[in-house]
Design a protein around this ligand. Structure first.
Ligand code: FMN
Length: 249
């Protein structure tokens, strides 16, 4: 039988948690900093080891080094921000000009044809459609697992990072893919920025452990009604996104 002591390597856990806890989003970077090439490789090496459905590893990372490309990407997001404002979406949108200032900017792409590697029927039936829907979730979770490893590696190197996903729309794909020579079969999933923060980053509010964990059976104390979720969106979302946790009421 395995010895539980083998699974209690507290020092390694503490070192990992130091990185996990101090991974903090920043949306404005020290734009004069130049990321050494080795750091891109160290960060993406972490991405490479991520788990994925069927071990398909359905991710691709495009490192953007040219300032004019960073600007073009930032311009797209700023424009999208205007579109959302006009639509009165009421989402507390950040200043996407910050993308231009990111010393490290990596575009995360995926190829949805990899859904074939997951449990699907491939017979065009309604049941197949449902399995395909599930397969897309498997694919997106896989890409997120790899992207998260990269974010943590950046944090381990002392950088702050920014995960940008305002990108699902066809317009984003049509604008950004040609700019970067991404083949039509692939999709851009998100943008990963990192570097030294321009201002001291702050720790955002996180739920308590008891709020996110149940043991053996879902704890209904943590069930929220739709009205409660709507209230959170209305009253708390913007603080959760943009405020230091010690200043959230
Ligand atoms: C899947 C995902 C999508 C996100 N999309 C955006 C985005 O489009 N724009 C943005 O400014 N921040 C985005 N973020 C960053 C979150 O706003 C941020 O992680 C959150 O407020 C918690 O702050 P923290 O990262 O400092 O813990 C995203 C984060 C994740 C994980």
């Amino acid at each position: 039988m395995s010895d539980p002591a083998t699974f209690d390597q507290r020092q390694r856990y503490t070192a990992l948690m130091d990185v996990v806890r101090n991974r903090m989003t920043t949306r404005q970077f020290d734009e004069n900093y130049v990321v050494p090439r080795e750091h891109y490789e160290l960060i993406l090496e972490a991405a490479r080891h991520a788990p994925s459905g069927a071990n398909a590893q359905p991710w691709h990372y495009i490192v953007i080094t040219k300032p004019e490309l960073k600007k073009a990407i930032a311009d797209y997001f700023v424009e999208e921000q205007h579109v959302r404002a006009k639509l009165k979406m009421k989402f507390p949108t950040p200043n996407y000009h910050g993308l231009e200032t990111a010393p490290g900017l990596i575009v995360v792409a995926s190829d949805f044809r990899w859904t074939r590697a997951f449990p699907v029927l491939m017979d065009g039936s309604e049941l197949d459609r449902k399995y395909h829907e599930n397969a897309e979730r498997i694919l997106l979770q896989s890409v997120a697992a790899s992207t998260m490893s990269a974010h943590l590696a950046a944090a381990a190197l002392g950088y702050n990072s920014w995960w940008v996903t305002a990108i699902g729309q066809e317009h984003a794909q049509n604008t950004l893919k040609p700019l970067l020579g991404v083949p039509a079969d692939l999709a851009i999933i998100d943008i990963f920025c990192f570097g030294p923060a321009a201002k001291p980053p702050y720790k955002r509010w996180k739920k308590e452990l008891a709020q996110i964990v149940s043991w053996d059976r879902f704890d209904m104390n943590n069930y929220l009604t739709l009205a409660q979720i709507d209230e959170w969106v209305r009253e708390k979302r913007s603080q959760a996104m943009y405020r230091d946790e010690s200043k959230v009421d």
